[in-house]
Write a protein that binds this ligand. Structure first.
Ligand code: ZN
Ligand code: FE
Length: 256
């Protein structure tokens, strides 16, 4: 298996531009298109030719460069079948578990509704790379614009089932404010304290806090930790089902 490169850069105010490049086949994919001009410039700087766009969901800050980039490059746009009507320029539709050939690798789609009903993640199995869009953030998860807490909870379970050493790339740099909330609901979590310190140092140096491993997220992200005794106690939900705890964390975060 050949090694894939991921180039991550800032787009708009707090979105990430993400280019996935396969040196062997020279295929290059943009994960979402928060800003067509910035992405085009980064492609030029790398000398990579855009061949694909994989969209995670239809929101205005994830698709605005689709048509411009397709016009310039002739690339193929891939997205969720559920969201086909809302993704500009879409060419190929995928559903949960479908795999897309990308050189010698396959890119799998995981349907992860909650933030929107058509939200998906993309997983590259041998390389253990996961692109989560606005479904999962480091120490946070997306707001429930269309889906229920239960849908988002099920989506979190899908992510939790991936290998611990999966490297997670998210749609936004929200990590520091997420950490502040996470500490509010689980102040004694040592791993969380350590990661927050790391994140503060990175942000202070204007560096990205991503990618992050799933193992780190499991240890620090309250939305993946509905079984934490400390969180349950803090919310007065000892003995309550994990979904109820998750729902409470989500609504607390909405008002944080
Ligand atoms: Zn979004
Ligand atoms: Fe977004």
């Amino acid at each position: 298996m050949c090694e894939l490169l991921v180039h991550q850069f800032r787009c708009r105010s707090d979105n990430f531009g993400l280019l996935l490049y396969d040196p062997r086949s020279k295929l290059c994919a943009s994960i979402d298109t928060p800003d067509g001009d910035t992405i085009w410039r980064e492609l030029g700087a790398k000398g990579w030719q855009l061949t694909h766009i994989f969209n995670t969901h239809h929101h205005y800050d994830h698709v605005p460069g689709n048509e411009m980039l397709k016009e310039h490059s002739g690339c193929t746009i891939i997205g969720a079948k559920n969201d086909a009507k809302r993704i500009p320029g879409i060419d190929e539709l995928m559903e949960d578990g479908d795999k897309y050939d990308f050189g010698a690798n396959k890119i799998s789609m995981l349907e992860t509704p909650g933030h929107t009903l058509g939200s998906v993640c993309y997983f590259i199995e041998p390389e253990k790379i996961l692109f989560t869009g606005d479904t999962l953030f480091s120490m946070g998860c997306g707001r429930l614009f269309e889906g229920s807490a239960e849908l988002m909870w099920q989506s979190m379970q899908k992510i939790l089932a991936l290998p611990d050493d999966t490297q997670i790339y998210c749609g936004h740099e929200y990590t520091l404010s997420n950490a502040e909330f996470a500490l509010e609901v689980e102040p004694d979590n040592l791993a969380l304290q350590q990661r927050t310190n790391e994140v503060r140092t990175l942000r202070h140096a204007h560096k990205a806090t991503l990618p992050v491993s799933l193992a780190t997220e499991k240890a620090t992200n309250p939305f993946l930790r509905s079984d934490s005794v400390e969180i349950k106690k803090k919310l007065g939900l000892q003995g309550h089902p994990a979904l109820e705890v998750f729902t409470a964390i989500r609504s607390l975060k909405d008002n944080f």
